[in-house]
Design a protein around this ligand. Structure first.
Ligand SMILES: NC(=O)CC[C@H](N)C(=O)O
Length: 632
């Protein structure tokens, strides 16, 4: 994607089901689990760069020893920083001639030599990017089974309501964020469950020392999660550890955020993305399973693994942006889906170039649009087969071998035109002459485009603000002097905010929204903006279940093509000579390409949860009132 939106999160959880000595013997190191955790995180670094953190629970230690260890970092390269910090005591011990390869030494001396790990990569959607908001977050207690560690890829739309529930319980949360709210919610019911079991066993005549292990064995995680999450409105894949060694992962009932796992008799591995588990554990795709919408994966301390229904699943609306852009394109299904997205664009692209195959160059914006590009080229090739048959048949046997050869060997012109100079981005962050430097974030290949003759088709996976297109890509492409530049987006127009874990929360940051507003102004329909504002204000304080997405009315007077044309006008740099056209994927084709992941609220305004309508309502009010804030 040319725009910089990377705002997601990734989770990684590992439970080793055998003692460390087992892995030392079989795989040559007791660090087997920790190394796997590192790999799971590195291979998901696409999901979050604001911060990273890991936590290890060692439930077997004698009282008096810290059994929950955590490191978090918000340094520029947080995964590396976390693991450097974690490994530091090992280096020191080695210098002092301890046998750090001995699993027994590690178990007794190294805080991260355990059998239960939780890792997280953060891109914040709620609250700031400080260390305090970096996951895993912890709720500590002197009873092991009352300790809770949480990390998630999530965003809740009704944090305010949930926060008030906590206040009504008499709590005093230490921060107003969705992460702390979720932690306190689960923590509260964990406390209650502990208390309930304590009373039960006390009544049965057990003494306190006997009761703690009994609670640990019988803690009903399903019940805790059910009660804690029943009123969560949002998308979530939430992973947690309890201090005595239980672990869980719970996914929202719409399946908005992804979560996958693998389990055998040695290990349980959870990660946001499937191919990550596949690569790290060397598995086939069918070995890795999805945690279903509304489901919880529960791993008890004794190694018992179960999948439980936590909330009744709704109609599946998993996030299609995961397929288009966020998740790694190496997943078997996602790769095909991205290709299909490109392929389905063929007819509309060919129409836009007026079927002039000879004077059209096809290319892509690196790096994530590359797969969709292969699909588009595939589509053009297929189309050319029909064209070739037609060319040959038309001449009715009068063609020479040479002519036929020329027709048969005709291929679409596929070139690498745009080159991303990644390093530049960090250098230019705060420079005064920013615009000139921004123009150089991309470079181009010279000598391929026929000046004033060729049309350049360049595919991107999606366009959010379009700033990089305007300030960098189109400017630099225009230097090649194509007659026309067609930017193709493999995703439909992004029209509405996300509120489920991707940080696209403000309407004025969407070029499609700005285009619709401009169109209303151009067509003397400006009053509609105020009408929508009035409707939004009127329902502002209604319960979220009663709210309607009135922002849709902003787009209603116009066809998608009219909005696209306006976007092209807005994104065309002033000094650009080439004609600029923007072509978008249709919603229908998006669903055709990604049939299992129909969550499309950012394109259609169809929010799967009532809180979504409240967020879009708030976003529009913020836009009109000039408030620079997220609406959740
Ligand atoms: N992208 C995410 O999943 C963010 C998680 C959580 N809302 C936070 O801001 O920390």
């Amino acid at each position: 994607m040319s725009d910089q939106i990377k705002h997601e999160c990734g989770i990684a959880l590992i439970r080793l089901l055998k003692p460390l000595s087992y892995y030392h013997k079989k795989y040559g190191t007791w660090k087997y689990g920790l190394n796997k955790l590192y790999l799971l995180m590195e291979k998901q670094h696409n999901r979050g760069q604001d911060g990273a953190g890991i936590c290890c629970v060692k439930s077997e230690l004698d009282p008096g020893n810290p059994y929950i260890s955590r490191f978090r970092s918000v340094e520029p390269n947080p995964i590396k920083d976390v693991f450097d910090k974690v490994n530091k005591p090992l280096k020191k011990a080695k210098r002092n001639n301890f046998d750090i390869n001995d699993p027994e030494w590690a178990e007794n001396n190294f805080p991260f030599a355990g059998t239960l790990y939780l890792g997280h990569l953060r891109y914040g959607t709620f609250g700031k990017n400080s260390i305090d908001f970096t996951h895993p977050v912890m709720r500590q207690n002197n009873w092991k089974s009352r300790n809770l560690v949480l990390a998630g890829n999530f965003n809740l739309t009704n944090t305010d309501e949930l926060f008030n529930v906590l206040l009504n319980l008499g709590q005093h949360p230490k921060a107003y964020t969705d992460t702390v709210t979720a932690l306190e919610k689960v923590g509260h019911f964990l406390d209650e469950e502990n208390q309930l079991l304590f009373r039960k066993y006390k009544n049965e005549g057990y003494d306190n020392n006997e009761i703690s292990p009994l609670i640990e064995q019988n803690l009903d995680i399903q019940n805790i999660l059910e009660r804690a999450s029943k009123d969560w409105d949002g998308g979530y894949a939430m992973a947690g550890l309890v201090g005595h060694g239980d672990a869980f992962v719970v996914r929202d009932p719409w399946g908005i955020r992804p979560a996958h796992y693998y389990a055998d008799d040695e290990i349980v591995v959870v990660a946001s993305e499937r191919p990550v588990i596949q690569t790290v554990m060397n598995l086939q795709e069918d070995d890795v399973q999805e945690i279903g919408p509304g489901e919880g994966l529960i791993i008890k301390k004794n190694g018992k693994i179960s999948r439980e229904m936590i909330r009744v699943p709704h109609k599946r609306k998993s996030c299609s942006f995961e397929r288009i852009y966020f998740s790694r394109g190496s997943d078997k299904a996602i790769y095909q889906e991205r290709k299909q997205l490109g392929r389905l664009l063929t007819p509309i692209v060919l129409e836009a170039v007026d079927y002039d195959y000879e004077n059209t160059v096809f290319s892509y914006i690196p790096n994530t649009a590359e797969t969709a590009f292969y699909g588009l080229v595939d589509g053009v090739r297929n189309h050319l087969v029909d064209w070739k048959i037609d060319q040959i048949q038309k001449k009715n046997g009068s063609l020479s071998d040479k002519d036929i050869k020329r027709i048969l060997s005709f291929e679409p012109r596929v070139e690498k035109i745009a080159i991303k100079d990644v390093k530049l981005r960090t250098f230019i962050a705060d420079d005064a002459s920013r615009d000139d430097l921004v123009a150089h974030v991309y470079d181009v290949t010279y000598g391929v485009i026929q000046k004033d003759k060729d049309t350049l088709v360049i595919i991107d996976d999606s366009i959010v603000r379009g700033t990089t297109l305007k300030k960098s890509i189109l400017k630099i492409l225009d230097r090649l002097k194509p007659k026309k530049i067609i930017v193709v987006s493999s995703a439909p127009q992004i029209r509405y905010p996300d509120c489920y874990g991707i940080d696209m929360a403000r309407l004025d940051k969407f070029i499609a929204f700005n285009a619709a507003i401009e169109l209303l102004k151009d067509n003397g329909k400006e009053s509609l903006i105020q009408q929508v504002y009035k409707k939004c204000k009127e329902q502002e304080n209604l319960p979220k279940e009663e709210m309607v997405n009135y922002v849709r009315e902003i787009y209603k007077p116009f066809t998608a093509e009219e909005v696209s044309a306006k976007i092209a006008e807005l994104l065309k740099p002033e000094d650009c000579n080439a004609e600029v056209e923007i072509v978008y994927q249709s919603i229908e084709n998006l669903h055709k390409a990604c049939p299992n992941d129909l969550g499309d609220w950012y394109f259609t305004g169809n929010y799967p949860t009532p809180g979504g309508n409240r967020v879009v309502n708030g976003s529009f009010i913020n836009y009109i009132e000039g408030k620079d804030a997220r609406a959740y």
